[in-house]
Ligand binder design. Structure first.
Ligand SMILES: NC(=O)c1ccc[n+]([C@@H]2O[C@H](COP(=O)([O-])OP(=O)(O)OC[C@H]3O[C@@H](n4cnc5c(N)ncnc54)[C@H](OP(=O)(O)O)[C@@H]3O)[C@@H](O)[C@H]2O)c1
Length: 289
């Protein structure tokens, strides 16, 4: 049995992968900067260790004996993100990890304007050159991230967007976790790229229709350009570093970079991916008041 590890284990995705692994009888190594946060997982049989992308020597020691590693991209943006990722890749290779799974982004091509595309592309390149075998799980935009957007549109009657006619194949975190757990616990995924997507690509008209359904009133699409969209986010109180990043995903969708729908979730997990409609239904409280 290969020894499986997850780094970034106390985040939303990491915890769900850990749940699925434990449910399958695995005893995963869970690496986190905050082991106390995963005490309940240790009680269930996980081997919880301290692991920080910013401490390569400690990370290398903590990864000793690991065969398969799920490297979850950090929630940090800006130049530090790349440094952290490349240190983690080097530490994993130096520790003798055989196979690394990396949570990347749909279409991390040079022309994709999504703000994190370059960091994912460069991290993928570092992993390809690391000597480890790899699997890239190119997760589309989380469906859960659309809950506040749709709720706000439902309440106001307007969906303000810079994504034009573009569509995104929103994917639930649950499906991202299930796909990662499936790859970690089965063979034959060496040097494979999987586009982890929801069941359909959803454009702003479809998003507005969902907002109308859940809000019980008509919702119109209001198309704006990138600059106006950023100004709107800033006026709503978003931090100056977050607004352009969020807007970049609309620009990316407008260019068609997020619309590809794959069969990967079904192929890897044996069940259909969860729809955005189902994610919204599970978050009905967001539409109250
Ligand atoms: N597809 C999308 O729409 C989308 C949206 C947002 C983010 N993402 C990406 O997907 C990742 C996972 O999503 P999520 O929802 O689970 O995010 P999350 O709950 O914010 O978790 C972020 C993770 O980053 C880890 N991390 C940050 N700095 C670290 C460091 N120095 N060393 C080790 N780990 C570090 C944290 O690990 P510990 O606290 O356990 O150390 C945590 O597990 C995010 O980090 C981000 O890169 C994707």
């Amino acid at each position: 049995m290969p020894t499986i590890a997850v780094i970034g284990a106390s985040g939303n995705l990491g915890r769900r992968v850990a749940d699925l692994l434990l449910d399958q009888g695995e005893r995963p190594v869970l690496l986190t900067r905050n082991p106390a946060a995963l005490a309940a997982y240790a009680q269930r049989g996980a081997d919880v260790r301290h692991g920080d992308f910013a401490d390569p020597a400690g990370l290398r020691a903590a990864l000793t004996g690991v065969d398969r590693l799920l490297l979850i991209s950090v929630d940090v943006v800006g130049p530090e993100r790349l440094v952290l990722h490349s240190q983690a890749v080097d530490a994993a290779a130096a520790a003798g990890v055989g196979h690394v799974l990396y949570t990347s982004l749909s279409s991390p091509e040079p022309d994709n304007p999504a703000g994190v595309a370059a960091s994912h592309r460069i991290t993928e390149t570092a992993i390809r050159g690391s000597g480890m075998t790899w699997t890239f799980l190119r997760n589309n935009i989380y469906a859960e991230f659309q809950v506040p957007t749709v709720a706000q549109a439902a309440a106001s009657g307007q969906l303000i967007t810079n994504s034009g006619k573009g569509a995104s194949a929103y994917v639930s975190r649950e499906d991202c976790a299930a796909a990662a757990a499936a790859v970690l616990t089965s063979d034959g995924h060496e040097n494979a790229v999987y586009d982890i997507t929801g069941p359909e690509a959803i454009d702003s008209a479809a998003l507005a229709a969902l907002a109308a359904e859940f809000g019980g009133q008509p919702v119109e699409v209001v198309d704006v350009d990138d600059e106006s969209f950023i100004q709107g986010l800033l006026s709503a109180g978003l931090p100056p570093e977050a607004a352009p990043l969020i807007a970049s995903f609309g620009t990316s969708a407008r260019g068609g970079w997020a619309e590809h729908v794959s069969t990967a979730v079904h192929d890897l997990t044996g069940r259909a991916p969860i729809s955005l409609h189902d994610v919204l239904s599970a978050n009905r409280d967001a539409f109250k008041g």
